[in-house]
Ligand binder design. Structure first.
Ligand code: NAD
Ligand code: DAU
Length: 347
């Protein structure tokens, strides 16, 4: 059994690669990644040398490359994590998001049609549902909610989802989709809120809070996302969409305080010592107010449950950054970009 995992050098794809390569030693796992600024091969370093793991550098939107690769490798399955994933960047360069997230997904699915596939799984996001009012805590998004996006990022992910469903209905491609809430955990690029707060608190630098910090996100530990994808990929029904989320909503400002306190405690500083780093800045344009995802379907149909309480997950995450400061230092300095040359130039 051979699976191509696209975007496996990124945050969630990387955590999934660790999970899959270690849990399925008799299956072949190929990471296909373009290594954009968000792709970091140091994340996959612990897998180097394992017989069931390979890395291939390439662009999911490059049709010639993708068709040649599928012709040669004949994968049984594809999981598509590859994407431009940062909302703020999508405000600066929407077209890049269209190219990677929509055209890239279509290109992969065309190769799947041409060469045959058992399953194409699309890793999507809760952001495709748009946002909910803060005060309506009774409302959650389930899989029946329509796509109603806000940013160029979420619009590109929502468009890709529509193409995935169309490729099933029109061409019979065996697809599935998962839509997860905000993830946190090891190997998270420090442009996103939680790793940004950790890295800035460690460096004693200001921590930017958009608007009033009242927007709400629903946070899930990344390994729980990886496990959910594994379950959906193996046992989820074809052409179905599954929400993934831990019913764990937090206002941004509250989560920032929890993270700062955790950093202070683990560093032996007085708790709250770094609160003065919090700096309110201009809000994100079109900023979604609240995400809240109902993952009952996944829990009932496939028996998935989140494994960690949030406080435990945050402590584990901050500890990971403290124990792996080299990974963070290399990201901050840009040294991680040289890793591919170092490891692969003579192969
Ligand atoms: P990330 O930005 O950390 O990683 C994306 C990876 O895709 C990188 O390794 C990058 O090099 C690669 N990539 C980008 N363009 C490519 C291309 N054209 N060809 C091949 N590879 C390319 O993203 P992430 O946070 O790990 O998110 C992974 C997926 O999960 C995305 O599809 C995202 O929409 C979705 N998602 C993310 C979250 C979250 O909280 N981060 C939550 C729900 C869903
Ligand atoms: O919900 C799933 C989505 O979660 C994924 O699809 C995206 O790929 C992922 O990036 C994430 O999107 P968000 O926009 O929610 O994540 P981000 O970490 O960028 O921001 C989280 C919240 O924190 C958001 O309300 C904006 C705010 N924020 C973010 C940054 C980077 C700040 O207040 N300050 C910051 O510096």
């Amino acid at each position: 059994m051979k699976t191509i995992v696209t975007g496996g050098a990124g945050f969630i794809g990387g955590n999934f690669m660790h999970f899959a390569v270690n849990n399925y030693p008799d299956e072949e796992w190929i990471c296909l990644d373009k290594l954009t600024y968000a792709g970091n091969l140091e994340t996959l370093e612990p897998l180097e040398g394992k017989k069931n793991y390979r890395f291939i550098k390439g662009d999911i939107a490059d049709r010639t490359f993708i068709f040649d690769l599928f012709r040669k490798e004949k994968p049984d399955r594809v999981i598509n994590f590859a994407a431009e994933s940062h909302v703020d960047r999508s405000l600066k360069d929407p077209e890049l998001f269209l190219r990677t997230n929509v055209l890239g997904t279509v290109c992969l699915m065309d190769a799947c049609r041409e060469f045959g596939i058992e399953r194409f799984h699309q890793v999507s996001t809760d952001e495709v549902y748009g946002d909910l009012p803060i005060e309506r805590t009774d409302l959650f998004f389930n899989e029946e909610n329509p796509i109603k996006t806000s940013s160029p990022y979420s619009s590109s992910k929502g468009s890709a989802d529509l193409f995935v469903l169309a490729y099933h209905r029109t061409f019979g491609l065996p697809v599935s989709i998962s839509r997860c809430s905000n993830n946190y955990g090891p190997y998270h690029f420090p442009e996103k809120l939680i790793p940004l707060v950790i890295s800035r608190a460690l460096a004693d630098e200001s921590i930017p809070v958009y608007g009033k910090g009242e927007n709400v996100r629903d946070w899930l530990y990344v390994e729980d996302h990886a496990r959910a994808i594994d379950m959906i990929f193996h046992n989820g029904k074809i052409a179905e969409t599954y929400n993934i989320g831990g019913f764990n909503e937090w206002k941004n400002i509250d989560i920032i305080k929890v993270v700062i306190n955790t950093v202070d405690r683990l560093l032996g500083r007085k708790e709250g010592e770094d609160m003065n780093l919090i700096t309110y800045v201009t809000d994100r344009k079109g900023h979604d107010m609240r995400y809240a995802i109902d993952s009952t379907k996944l829990q009932k149909e496939l028996g998935w449950e989140p494994s960690l309480q949030f406080e435990e997950g945050i402590e584990k995450t901050v500890r990971w950054y403290l124990d792996n400061h080299e990974w963070l230092d290399n990201v901050t300095s840009g040294d991680y970009l040289k890793y591919y040359e170092k490891m692969y130039s003579n192969r």
